[in-house]
Ligand binder design. Structure first.
Ligand SMILES: Cc1cc2nc3c(=O)[nH]c(=O)nc-3n(C[C@H](O)[C@H](O)[C@H](O)COP(=O)(O)OP(=O)(O)OC[C@H]3O[C@@H](n4cnc5c(N)ncnc54)[C@H](O)[C@@H]3O)c2cc1C
Ligand code: SF4
Length: 478
């Protein structure tokens, strides 16, 4: 079976079939069915194989997209997998949750007049097939090296470092304060975007390759940072950003106003069959409630869609800018609208109303005013435009800041930026502390999985170079 390339002229764009919104609302399963082999080949064959592949340029990992599309079109899936996994430590995850409309697919040149190739869905198809057929192998080095690497944080950035350096033979220990591997892939992102079994499958491959995970082990409290420095030849910090932003709006202290990550973590834990008292008590469960989510990013989209699935009476999203200026993926907004979420654009909370528990949000209409220093139009309130939205549960999805890592780790020499993110030399990914590297959200601020993977890969290269420079005898032998 060989599909011809350039198929975009005659073959329209098609994603794998999407489950009906009425069904989606009732469960947490992923929303797309899988591509059939023929469907994937046909869609991959729509690629124009253009001279300058802008999709590849705009993928943070510079994945060799045109080549693996061609191989998929030619039913050479094992080779396609080899190629896709050569630049990405978790293609099955990026294929599912990258905001492709802003990255690879958004820059596909056939988009002009025709619709882009469905790159993410093909990447997912290739790697899911590879797992099923046993082509995904644990990282196995050609020879073992004695040096030991400590990785703090088992999110995408930490896992990419661990995978890359294990392939080079280093002894890897990953420490995480959570009880499962994956960081926000497990406890932030809901199942309907990324099934937890997909994350666990990847973690199992890494464990089988000899990477040791030390879970429920918080560095800075249970395990002193100094001890880790003494234990390992080099360290990587990939701890993400977890301090939820808040708003200083009157009434914000009322009961039933909760933080997005608390809400999503409870839902994800419930899905993993953990005991979650705050869910069972109703505190972090939207069932039967009128829910208002404040915010317009991916976290807000995950909250509104989770609330729908929990059986909320109504779900509204308040965002201070308009649809065109929201940070979340347009695809996610469309999914949410199909599932019954109501967006109230250009509106911001003025006060939370209620006696002890929240009963409503008084919001004010916003308009976009003069651009700020970044060139983005600043939202400003429209005078006398207040209105009330009734609510039994308000979820604040206003973004995240880093924790105070120098204080948590007891390391004043660990330099941070004025936003609290860890300062690194971008050429080497090394922090101000020799042999201590960092990447992912703790360096960039809240970002994307694919950027975490990119940082992890860059840091791994740099850590290897640093260790080799330190141990010239071993370097000669390798
Ligand atoms: C709700 C939500 C939805 C998102 N949706 C998407 C999406 O659809 N697509 C996308 O690309 N991105 C999405 N993101 C962003 C993405 O999840 C992050 O950019 C990515 O996970 C960052 O990876 P990381 O490895 O830097 O950090 P994390 O994934 O946050 O992992 C950090 C790990 O470090 C551990 N840790 C922290 N402190 C310590 C300590 N002191 N000791 C030991 N361990 C510690 C944490 O427990 C965690 O496991 C979403 C984020 C959220 C919150
Ligand atoms: S990693 Fe993300 S941006 Fe890169 S090709 Fe895959 S889906 Fe597109």
């Amino acid at each position: 079976m060989t599909a011809k390339m350039m198929g975009f002229v005659s073959t329209p764009q098609a994603m794998p079939d999407k489950r009906d919104a009425a069904l989606r609302r009732r469960d947490f399963h992923e929303i797309h069915h899988r591509f059939s082999r023929e469907g994937a080949a046909e869609q991959a064959g729509r690629c124009e194989q253009c001279g300058i592949p802008f999709c590849q340029i705009h993928c943070p990992l510079h994945n060799n997209i045109p080549d693996w599309l061609r191989m998929t079109a030619e039913d050479r899936l094992e080779e396609a997998y080899e190629l896709a996994s050569a630049t990405n430590n978790m293609p099955e995850i990026c294929g599912r949750i990258c905001p492709q409309d802003r990255l690879c697919e958004g820059n596909c040149v056939i988009e002009k007049g025709f619709e882009s190739v469905t790159i993410g869905a093909v990447e997912k198809h290739i790697t899911d097939t590879a797992f099923e057929r046993g082509w995904v192998k644990p990282p196995k080095p050609r020879r073992e090296r004695p040096e030991s690497i400590g990785v703090i944080g088992a999110g995408p950035a930490g896992l990419a470092v661990a995978d890359q350096l294990r392939k080079r033979g280093y002894q890897i220990d990953v420490y995480d304060r959570y009880d499962r591997v994956g960081g926000l892939l497990i406890y932030g992102i809901p199942n309907f975007k990324l099934d937890k079994a997909v994350v666990e499958r990847r973690a199992d491959v890494l464990s089988a390759g000899g990477i040791r995970f030390h879970l429920e082990c918080e560095v800075g409290t249970a395990l002193p940072f100094e001890e880790l420095r003494a234990r390992h030849d080099a360290l990587f910090i990939g701890t993400g950003v977890y301090r939820s932003r808040d708003i200083a709006t009157p009434g914000v202290g009322l009961a039933n106003i909760v933080q997005a990550l608390d809400y999503l973590t409870a839902s994800n834990r419930k899905g993993l069959r953990d005991a979650v008292p705050a869910f069972d008590s109703g505190a972090l469960n939207a069932a039967g409630k009128r829910v208002v989510v404040v915010g317009g990013g991916d976290t807000a989209m995950d909250c509104v869609r989770t609330a729908v699935r929990q059986g909320a009476a109504s779900v509204r999203c308040l965002y201070r800018r308009d649809r065109a200026n929201m940070p979340g993926s347009m695809r996610e907004v469309r999914h949410a609208e199909e599932e019954g979420v109501e967006f109230i654009w250009q509106a911001a909370p003025e006060a939370f109303l209620g006696d002890r528990e929240v009963a409503g949000v008084r919001a004010v209409r916003m308009r976009l005013g003069a651009p700020d220093a970044t060139g983005r139009q600043r939202p400003e309130p429209v005078p006398d435009s207040s209105f009330v939205v009734e609510a039994d549960l308000v979820i604040k999805a206003l973004g995240f800041d880093p924790e105070d890592l120098p204080m948590l780790f007891g390391q004043p020499d660990l330099q941070v930026t004025r936003w609290g993110t860890v300062r690194i030399d971008w050429r080497t990914m090394m922090t101000a502390m020799p042999g201590v590297f960092a990447g992912g959200d703790i360096v960039r601020g809240a970002s994307l999985v694919v950027w975490g993977v990119r940082d992890g890969r860059d840091a791994a290269e740099s850590m290897h170079a640093w260790l080799e420079a330190r141990t010239p005898a071993l370097a000669l032998a390798s």
